[in-house]
Design a binder for this molecule. Structure first.
Ligand code: AMP
Ligand code: GLY
Length: 416
């Protein structure tokens, strides 16, 4: 099979790494890719949001299957455009991707499908949001309705803070034309994943993400500073409960509305005393959760993705190792506000040669002389597997120590 992966981050590097191991693969193309992906795939200089360009590339490369990584091309209709061109895509249509692109839509689906979730008000404007905040009182969660690259949520401890959040979120522009005001839940969070074919879903397991930039979960939110799996709280019974109460009802409701969901479904859950509660859906794999989970997969990923496109997941099963994995994100100084670009990164070969270690590139580039430099906020993902979390963690941090990049930083408490 000839496969096109869309995206340029660590998640897409991990997808390419897993796909490259498939005996069914005959060609791997990535658009636009990154220097790490370039070792596994042909990188094509087409932006992940250039829908027409991606369809033309898929045609020119005679692609049998497109695997989109990020949400933006999905929300912009990549799967729809590929379907119109007769090219299978393991990702949702724009209508199905509303599970991620509109928080009020997610809430509507949760209500219709009786999925446990925090109580909420959908607010058409800032004035309605302020009224809902006053009615609910603090603590309360203020969310911009649209896609806001992780910046659209404020968990407010006081009413004043919540009212202020309405003003600051309004500055996000169109993403904050509408708001969701939500009951504040407490409990550990879990990122849970399922592969869906529109009707059937198979679990891909769970991981815990560390979202804050600083150790001890302090500082601003980021795209994710690291992740680990397995999460001890995710017992087989809890996984079955999440599939039965969250994933399958959502799939059934989407299908009933004429927009069946195909691809990776990511449920952000809060494990409360009253059971798992849905915080959000994402229409894609998590980043860095994908880099953590795929190294634990023992089955071939490619036929599973093809089966998701063919509506054949009811006959599918994936095997996983009982090992653990930890991913540490190396970010450029200044991340998330103003990451410094251009610094030299060395020592990757030595780090990659350590036992159980995999390096995934996220925000790297090559300078004119071919040297590896930082070109983004989250720059490298260091994943290590081990017999248990303690070993995986020790291996990941040993690899971090082998990387020579003084301008980078990471959290020292991932997987702890
Ligand atoms: P989201 O962008 O929806 O993933 O939200 C970002 C973060 O805000 C989540 O990972 C949670 O930590 C927090 N959050 C979102 N909704 C709630 C809620 N209802 N109660 C408490 N925390 C929340
Ligand atoms: N790591 C969380 C996400 O991918 O949204």
């Amino acid at each position: 099979m000839r496969v096109l992966v869309v995206g340029s981050g660590g998640r897409e590097h991990a997808l390419c790494w897993a796909l490259a191991a498939s005996p069914l693969l005959t060609a791997l193309v990535c658009a636009p890719g990154n220097p790490g992906i370039a070792a596994l795939a042909t990188c094509a200089p087409v932006a992940a949001t250039d829908i027409a360009g991606l369809v033309a590339l898929a045609r020119a490369e005679r692609i049998d299957l497109v695997v989109p990584g990020p949400e933006a091309p999905l929300a912009a209709g990549l799967a729809d455009a590929l379907a119109a061109a007769g090219i299978p895509c393991c990702g949702p249509t724009a209508a199905a991707a509303r599970l991620e692109s509109s928080k009020s839509f997610t809430k509507e689906i949760a209500a219709a499908a009786a999925i446990p979730t925090a109580a909420w008000d959908a607010c058409a404007d800032a004035e309605a949001a302020r009224a809902a905040i006053r009615r609910r009182g603090a603590p309360v969660v203020v969310k911009a309705d649209g896609l806001a690259a992780g910046k659209g949520v404020v968990v407010a401890a006081t009413e004043a803070e919540a009212l202020e959040a309405v003003d600051s979120l309004s500055e996000l522009g169109p993403a904050a034309a509408r708001f969701v005001i939500e009951e504040c839940l407490t409990g550990p969070e879990l990122s849970f994943f399922a592969l869906c074919d529109g009707t059937n879903a198979i679990p891909l397991g769970g991981a815990r993400d560390h979202k804050r930039v600083g150790e001890g979960d302090r500082g601003p939110n980021t795209g994710g500073m690291g992740a680990f799996a397995p999460v001890p709280a995710l017992t087989p019974a809890l996984e079955a409960e999440i599939m039965a109460r969250v994933i399958r009802p959502a799939l059934a409701e989407m299908a009933a509305r004429g927009c069946p969901f195909r691809g990776f479904l990511f449920a952000g859950l809060m494990l409360t005393d009253a059971g798992p509660q849905l915080i959000e859906f994402n229409a894609r794999f998590g980043d860095p959760e994908c880099q953590t989970l795929l190294p634990l997969l023992r089955s071939d990923l490619l036929p599973a993705l093809a089966a998701a496109c063919d509506g054949a997941l009811d006959r599918f099963d994936l095997r996983w190792t009982a090992e653990a994995a930890v991913t540490v994100v190396l970010a450029a100084r200044g991340y998330p506000e103003a990451p410094a670009r251009g610094s030299l990164i060395r020592g990757l070969d030595a780090a990659a040669a350590l036992p159980g270690v995999l390096l995934f590139h996220a925000g790297t580039a090559r300078d004119a002389a071919g040297a590896l430099i930082a070109a983004g906020g989250r720059v490298l993902n260091v994943t290590a597997t081990g017999a248990d979390l303690t070993e995986a963690r020790a291996r990941a941090y040993a690899a971090v120590a082998a990387i020579d990049w003084p301008e980078g930083f990471c959290r020292r408490d991932i997987g702890g």
